[in-house]
Design a protein around this ligand. Sequence first.
Ligand code: FAD
Length: 468
Amino acid sequence: GESDQHAQVVVLGSGPGGYTAAFRAADLGLNVIMIERYENIGGVCLNVGCIPSKALLHTAEIINEAAEFAHQGVTFSEPEVDLDKLRAHKDDVVGKLTGGLKGLAKQRKVTIVKGYGKFSSANTLSVTDEDGSSQVISFDNCIIAAGSRVTKLPFIPWDDPRVIDSTGALELAEVPERMLVVGGGIIGLEMATVYDALGAKISVVELSPGLIPGPDRDLIRPLEKRIKAKYENIYLNTKVTAIVPTDEGLVCHFEGDKAPETETFDRVLVAIGRSPNGLAIDADLAGVQVDERGFINVDNQMRTNVDHIFAIGDIVGQPMLAHKATHEGKVAAEVIAGHKAYFDARTIPSVAYTDPEIAWMGETEESCKSKGIAYTKGVFPWAASGRSLSRGRNEGMTKVLFDKETGHLIGSGIVGSNAGELIAEAVLALEMNADAHDIGLTIHPHPTLSETLNFAAEVAEGTCTDIY
Ligand code: FAD
């Protein structure tokens, strides 16, 4: 035939969406080719996203905890940071996982083809490698899992090495003296947490009136309070209008509430969002519709407008999160294998791994108000949690929201240490249609942070007696 290789399923991209889809399809007996432009599989999440950022955030947590331990009677000396070792540790974590993935692909007989893939028809992709070699791969079904990339504002001087994005920040080339973080969302603030702990003076500039859009503002306040005290400046309602490279540094021009007109920084980290890769794969040659921003529309079986072509992960829309991509990947593979599978998660949790962590899922008080949903709320402040106080932190909070009519849990937000771990129980409770009574009757281990969910539910019911 005209193609060099054929597969029942070709997966374009090897991120969390792509490898999950490929592995599930192979487990269901289909033969699978996965195309990836880079040598390492695992996509953004494993290589330059979730995993390396969390490795460095753990270091930040330890540094911060040690620095604040004196009031418990133990004083540590100033940390000495060996950036090369820290980087090696992070790279080692990433290497173990991406290497492990390759092994898992091999076990399942998933063929990995290295190169950049573009559609050449509704049944073929052409894949070109860096060395110029190219091949045509034909498929019965295709799953587009090409993910997203950093959004590049046009006026930013990207050719200056002092301007970095999240990938550059994770490379950990050095710790600048003064760093401006453009964008007060999850990624920007996580990187700020890392560089602050390593000793950089941080300023954050955010266009909107608040940090981290999404959760209720009372969940953001403990983070805001803490970083206002630690960072040099946080400019809200402020726009960066120009970044001018000079010998003294990067001169940043601001327009907004309380920001100065200009200020000079050693580094600028731009974290203003991510754009889907849908416009860079010649989708039109396969007849797949892509919107003007690069997103691909899919139905609840992850099918595009072309019957045998599916799309999953960041490229199909918000929220751009790894756990959404993996679940969508399973659905696409199962549908191709003939199963009646649907993506119908009731909620997708979000976590900011800042210090303190912020996690939320389902409705917020804000969203209830704007949708006209009547709700009952329970809030448990961690200042009354024995476990939180013994860890030396009192700013946490667990909030639960119940539908006034059905009594079911419809939303939860948590701020404090390990909030990201704790939110999972609320997600399960929501999926199971639990009400406040169910959560209140569930015996939680004492003393744990997990009890705070139990107590918050009892607060909503008016039966909370456990204040310790
Ligand atoms: P991606 O991971 O983007 O993978 C797409 C893959 O396709 C890439 O490997 C790319 O090289 C390849 N590719 C693209 N086009 C082609 C082509 N034409 N030919 C060949 N290969 C191609 N999410 C979380 O849930 N939790 C977190 O803690 C978290 N932290 C993050 C931190 C940072 C700094 C960043 C940047 C992101 C973070 N995310 C996090 C988001 C998460 O990384 C993404 O949601 C996730 O990686 C999306 O998976 P995906 O499979 O859709 O695509």
